[in-house]
Design a protein around this ligand. Structure first.
Ligand code: FDP
Length: 340
C-alpha cells in the first residue's frame, strides 16, 4: 500500500472546500451560496450516474415507454430536469428557476424561498444521448436584492454581466465541473471512488489565439456575409498563417469545453432560416460567455458583447461567437466593417 500517495489524497481541494475558501472574500456571506452550490453538485452527480447507466438501464427510451419491470421510463432530459428542480427547490436558497425543459419559469413556494435565481439547461446536447457523445448541464446564478414576496420575471431577465456565478458539468469520458464565481475559472473532476469533485484544472485561461474553429457548416448556405468571410479565412488564411482545424461535436458543453482548454472559436451564428441563431440566451449563451470572459476570452453576438444583451423572454435565442480573444476580435472586425 502506498501510504505516501494516500496521505497526499487526504489534502484534496474539493469543490465544497474551494467554495468555502471563496466565501472568505465576502465577510458578510453566511454560506448561502455554498449551500446552493452543494445542491447543484448533487444534481450533477445524480445526472452523471444516470447518464453512465443510460445504455444499461434503457433510460434513453422515449418518455412514456415502460422498462422490463413495467415501470414507466423517463427520458434522460426529463429525469435530469426533475432532479435539478428538486435539488434547487430543496436547497431553500432559490426563488425563481428557469429551465430549458419548462415553458414557464418556476416561482418557488414562498416558505422555501432564498435569494438566488437559477437558469439552467439540465441536459444540453440531448440529441447526442443515444450515441454516447458527451453532454452536459449548464447553469447560471443571479441574486435578487429585495423582498422575496415581490419577485417577478424581471429578476431573471437581466443581462449576463449581472450573473453571480456560472458553470457547466460535462458528462463525458470523465465527469467535469467547470465553474466561475467571478474570480477566474476552475475545473473539477469527479473522483468516482470518493464521490467528490476534485480541483484538477485550477485557474483556466484560454489561449489568446487558437487553431480550431467549431461550427455547423451544414448551415453555410444561409450564413450572413461576416460569418461566411470568417469561416473562409479560417480555411484559407490570407496572412500566411496555417489554416485552422475544424472540430464540431454538436453538443455545446463539449464544444465549449474543448474551446476553453485548447483555444479557438465556437460559433452558432444567425442564418437566413434562424435570424436569432439556435442557442438560448439565459442558460446557454450567458453562462458560457461568462466563463469565456473569466478565462480571458470574449463572447460576441454579432452586434454586441454577449453579456450586455438584455433578454426580454426566458427562452430567447441569440447568435453567439465565443472563444480566444484574438479570434473573436476578428469576427468583431468583420461585423464592424459591414456596418460601414
Ligand atoms: P441539442 O440540439 O442536441 O440539444 O442547444 C442544443 C444543442 O444541442 C447544443 O448543445 C449544440 O451546440 C447545438 O444544439 C447543436 O445544434 P446543430 O445540431 O444545429 O448543430
Amino acid at each position: 500500500m502506498d501510504h505516501a500517495a494516500d496521505a497526499h489524497r487526504t489534502d484534496l481541494m474539493t469543490v465544497t472546500r474551494y467554495v468555502l475558501n471563496e466565501q472568505s472574500r465576502h465577510p458578510e456571506a453566511r454560506g448561502d451560496f455554498t449551500i446552493l452550490l452543494s445542491h447543484i453538485v448533487l444534481g450533477c452527480k445524480f445526472v452523471c450516474t444516470a447518464v453512465n447507466k443510460a445504455g444499461l438501464a434503457k433510460l434513453i427510451g422515449l418518455a412514456g415507454e415502460t422498462n422490463v419491470q413495467g415501470e414507466e421510463q423517463k427520458k434522460l432530459d426529463v429525469l435530469s430536469n426533475e432532479v435539478f428542480v428538486k435539488a434547487l427547490v430543496s436547497s431553500g436558497r432559490t426563488c425563481i428557476l428557469v429551465s430549458e425543459e419548462d415553458e414557464e419559469a418556476t416561482f418557488v413556494d414562498p416558505r422555501l424561498r432564498g435569494k438566488y435565481c437559477v437558469v439552467f439547461d439540465p441536459l444540453d446536447g440531448s440529441s447526442n444521448i443515444d450515441c454516447g457523445v458527451s453532454i452536459g448541464t449548464i447553469f447560471g446564478v443571479y441574486m435578487v436584492d429585495k423582498d422575496l414576496d415581490s419577485i417577478s420575471l424581471d429578476d431573471v431577465l437581466q443581462p449576463g454581466k449581472n450573473m453571480l456565478a456560472a458553470g457547466y458539468c460535462m458528462y463525458g469520458s470523465s465527469c467535469t465541473l467547470v465553474i466561475s464565481t467571478g474570480y477566474g475559472v476552475n475545473g473539477f473532476t469527479l473522483d468516482p471512488s470518493l464521490g467528490e469533485f476534485i480541483l484538477t484544472h485550477p485557474d483556466i485561461k484560454i489561449p489568446k489565439k487558437g487553431k480550431i474553429y467549431s461550427v455547423n457548416e451544414g448551415n453555410a448556405k444561409n450564413w450572413d456575409g461576416p460569418t461566411a468571410k470568417f469561416v473562409e479565412k479560417c480555411k484559407f488564411p490570407t496572412d500566411g498563417s496555417s489554416p485552422k482545424s475544424l472540430r464540431y461535436i454538436g453538443s455545446m458543453v463539449a464544444d465549449v469545453h474543448r474551446t476553453l482548454l485548447y483555444g479557438g472559436i465556437f460559433l452558432y451564428p444567425a442564418d437566413k432560416k434562424s435570424p436569432n441563431g439556435k442557442l438560448r440566451v439565459l442558460y446557454e449563451v450567458f453562462p458560457m460567455s461568462f466563463l469565456m470572459e473569466q478565462a480571458g476570452g470574449q463572447a460576441f453576438t454579432g452586434k454586441e458583447r454577449a453579456l450586455d444583451l438584455v433578454p426580454t423572454k426566458i427562452h430567447q435565442r441569440s447568435p453567439i461567437f465565443l472563444g480566444s480573444y484574438d479570434d473573436v476580435e476578428e469576427i468583431k472586425a468583420l461585423y464592424a466593417a459591414e456596418q460601414k
